[in-house]
Design a protein around this ligand. Structure first.
Ligand code: TYM
Length: 375
């Protein structure tokens, strides 16, 4: 089956090289990585290991930075339920970028989008918005330089710029880019205009870290931005954190057992990984010792590589021992279980202490944004 990637669904085995060509984005080359490193001194693991693999105009962002014009960051979350670790991937990377460049960051919570897309109640979307905002703030952004806002709440400040953007987006564009049809409700038809709006919060160039499923929105933004007096946005795209059950596709909220949720306790993590994590090991210990495992298809190894083992030497050792058969599949899973549990425990500790209002109302950037009206 040919794969498909849309902002709402990923089907089949994603061929990322092909996706770059299909979406018309660019590959992140070694040259570009070195250009980033010139400013950041080191490279984040996800960038180093080609997990953030594609971009639009990232070279121009760096040129702007070198000229002293600066840039700003924007990312987001659709609050359709609790968050899984896949949702944290772009946020963790965004945090790294904010730390290295010290720039402003805007985070859009799209309660309207999720209400229009999903079969759900408004009050539930509101509850998840509040919960998600806590998880997002707990990632550790700079509270003075980060503004997290919910669409339905911030609408009053942005409506004038939103109507200008919406006027330039035709039904044919929405249909061609998102596959909307006669059955699509008119709320969702309008929504893409809102997702472009945060790219207009500053006159500087915007850089959006996200998984590549969100790119269709940036195509629309780039089509209209200059027509309304702004710069085309830049973006940096990640691959998908795979579900537990296999390295194809993306971890998705619609299959609870194949995701690790931020609220999963130690027992749940252990049980899920042992039961569901697709293994590249052999069926018997004897055979595994003789022939070794395959880290390329092993979900536990891939998760360590993407998110949970930053130390290249340690990862290499795990890979070599797994390939040779010295490390068994159960032992590899145990390494991952410990890493994830540590990660989640620390996340929840930060979450309990977090002052959400700093990000939504009282921090320096939040205060400024509530006083700004975008015409
Ligand atoms: P949402 O809530 O579907 O996803 C939030 C962010 O998580 C990324 N993502 C993943 N990344 C890696 N592995 C996965 N398995 C995985 N699943 C989801 C998504 O690409 C996204 O970056 N419409 C958006 C909300 C939004 C937004 C934005 C996202 C508004 N403005 C700007 C990114 C940037 C949404 O529903 O995201």
């Amino acid at each position: 089956m040919e794969f498909e990637v849309t902002p709402w669904e990923v089907k089949g085995e994603v061929d990322y090289e092909k996706l770059i060509r299909r979406f018309g984005t660019k590959k992140i080359t070694e040259d570009l990585r070195q250009k980033i490193k010139k400013h950041t001194k080191e490279l984040d693991t996800m960038l180093r290991r080609d997990y953030f693999f594609s971009h639009r105009d990232l070279d121009l962002v760096l040129n702007d930075w070198e000229k002293g014009e600066g840039f700003f960051l924007y990312t987001g979350r659709g609050p359709s339920g609790p968050m899984h670790i896949g949702h944290l991937v772009p946020l963790i990377f965004t945090k790294w970028l904010q730390e290295k460049f010290g720039v402003n960051l805007y985070i859009e919570i799209t309660d309207d989008e999720k209400y229009w897309v999903k079969d759900c109640e408004w009050k539930d979307v509101q509850k998840y918005s509040d919960e998600n905002i806590k998880d997002i703030a707990a990632v550790g952004f700079d509270p003075e330089k980060t503004f997290i806002f919910k669409d339905s709440e911030y609408i009053r400040n942005v409506y004038p710029i939103l109507v200008r953007a919406a006027k330039k987006i035709t039904n044919s564009t929405a249909k061609a880019v998102f596959g909307f049809s006669g059955d699509t409700n008119i709320g969702l038809n309008f929504y893409p205009a809102y997702q472009t709006v945060p790219t207009f919060f500053e006159k500087k160039r915007c850089l959006i870290p996200c998984a590549i499923d969100q790119d269709p929105y940036w195509r629309v933004q780039r089509d209209i931005a200059e027509k309304i007096g702004y710069k085309k946005t830049a973006a940096i795209h990640s691959k998908f954190l795979p579900p537990l059950t296999g390295i194809d596709g993306k971890m998705s909220a619609s299959d609870a057992d194949t995701a690790i949720w931020l609220e999963d306790d130690e027992k749940a993590v252990k049980k899920k990984i042992n039961k569901y994590a697709f293994s590249g090991g052999k069926t018997t210990i004897e055979e595994h010792r003789r022939l070794g495992g395959d880290p390329n298809v092993d979900v536990s190894f891939q998760w360590l590589k993407i998110l949970f083992e930053n130390d290249d030497n340690k990862l290499k050792k795990i890979e070599t021992e797994y390939l040779s058969g010295k490390l068994l599949s159960g032992e590899l899973k145990q390494i991952l279980i410990e890493k994830i549990n540590l990660f989640l425990t620390e996340h929840r500790k930060r979450r309990e202490k977090i002052d959400v209002e700093k990000f939504t109302k009282t921090g320096a950037l939040a205060k400024k944004m509530w006083g700004s009206f975008f015409i």
